[in-house]
Write a new protein. Structure first.
Length: 367
């Protein structure tokens, strides 16, 4: 009995160790891609009079930066400096919501040779993609016609701007993010400041830890873990959304938060319908960093940050609040996952076309 308890404790410690290294690997991938794509992103991150092009600038810039927080912070900075108007900022922010989902979709590829495991993992990652894409399809034309998000944000900003004098406590660094960043720096040292080597090492760490996580989770009696998630964290939609918000604020990255649940989905611990509301919470949580950073800035900068928050809230209310619309991301995610198990070129093509080819083509055609 004592031996079994020791075994469980060791495996539990192994889960946390693998989880930490998994997050380190994701951070390394993000940092490497950010370094490699920084010059490209800077060159395309320019003002444009076409909101449609601005939308895809937001998508592609976030793919390169591997962080919607980074993209929205840049947008907020440009708005604050006066180099970008709110009419262009809001579409870019919408695009950033799509671009940020690429990380967890890449992470799901680590399961690609494991049949049903890959089907569950890929569906769990793409449901976030399809929700954000559907939100843009619905809200982008409405915003262009009525400017509801911008006007609502301006009204909220006018009420609260100047009333918050000190947000130093709110802007404190996340200890989780700091620990993960330190681990990624350690990997970077072994790459001898070569971005390609850094990316390869980070990918290896991520996929190896992903495999270890799935194995360890399975060996720790999945039924007990499922009961814990069912009864506490994912028992209701609001709990799942709330957990997504809190966890994303803690790690200050929706990419990390949503990537975290991919191995849980692959292992069969969480179902697609449990994961869906959690990703919606992650969408809201990721807006907090930029929002807090602008509270002592200019009114237009605050308006841009609030626009990101309202876009996500309106998207949840409309899509998740209407059952036929709610079913669309789930159905699309399940369908593409089923086809991807049969043909491995489909997920690769999906990643390249949605996150690189389409946005880059539209941006280049506008030049």
């Amino acid at each position: 009995m004592k031996k079994d308890t020791t075994f469980v404790l060791l495996k539990t410690a192994g889960v946390f160790a693998a989880l930490y290294m998994f997050l380190v690997g994701i951070k390394g991938i993000s940092s490497a891609i950010k370094h490699m794509g920084a010059d490209v992103a800077d060159s395309i991150f320019t003002t444009t009079s076409d909101p449609f092009v601005a939308l895809f600038i937001g998508v592609f810039s976030t793919v390169l930066f591997q962080s919607s927080s980074t993209t929205t912070s840049l947008i907020v900075g440009m708005v604050s400096s006066g180099s970008l108007g709110l009419a262009g900022a809001v579409p870019m922010i919408m695009g950033a919501n799509i671009g940020t989902t690429v990380t967890n979709t890449i992470v799901s590829m680590g399961h690609i040779n494991r049949g049903n495991e890959f089907r569950r993992a890929f569906a769990a990652s793409t449901v976030h993609d399809f929700f954000n894409i559907l939100a843009v399809i619905i809200l982008f034309p409405l915003e262009m016609m009525f400017h509801g998000i911008q006007r609502s944000s301006e009204w909220i900003a006018s009420l609260i701007f100047g009333k918050i004098e000190n947000v130093d406590v709110l802007q404190a660094k996340s200890p989780i993010k700091a620990a993960v960043k330190s681990g990624a720096k350690f990997i970077e040292q072994f790459s001898f400041d070569n971005d390609i080597a850094y990316l390869i090492l980070s990918v290896l760490v991520t996929f190896v830890m992903l495999y270890a996580l799935v194995k360890l989770l399975r060996s720790l009696v999945l039924e007990k873990i499922e009961v814990f998630f069912d009864q506490y964290i994912f028992k209701t939609v609001m709990r799942a959304i709330g957990f997504g918000i809190i966890l994303t604020i803690m790690v200050q990255s929706s990419s990390i938060t949503t990537s975290l649940i991919v191995p849980l989905a692959g292992a069969g611990v969480l179902s697609l319908r449990q994961i869906f509301p959690f990703t919606l919470g992650a969408n809201i949580g990721t807006t907090v960093t930029a929002l807090l950073a602008t509270l002592t800035g200019t009114v237009p900068a605050l308006v841009a940050a609030i626009s990101h928050l309202l876009f996500n809230i309106f998207g949840i209310l409309i899509i998740y609040g209407i059952p036929p619309l709610r079913a669309i991301p789930l159905k699309l995610a399940e369908t593409i996952a089923n086809y991807s198990v049969k043909n491995k070129f489909i997920p690769v093509g999906y990643l390249l076309i949605v996150f690189v080819v389409i946005p880059l083509t539209i941006i280049l055609m506008s030049r």
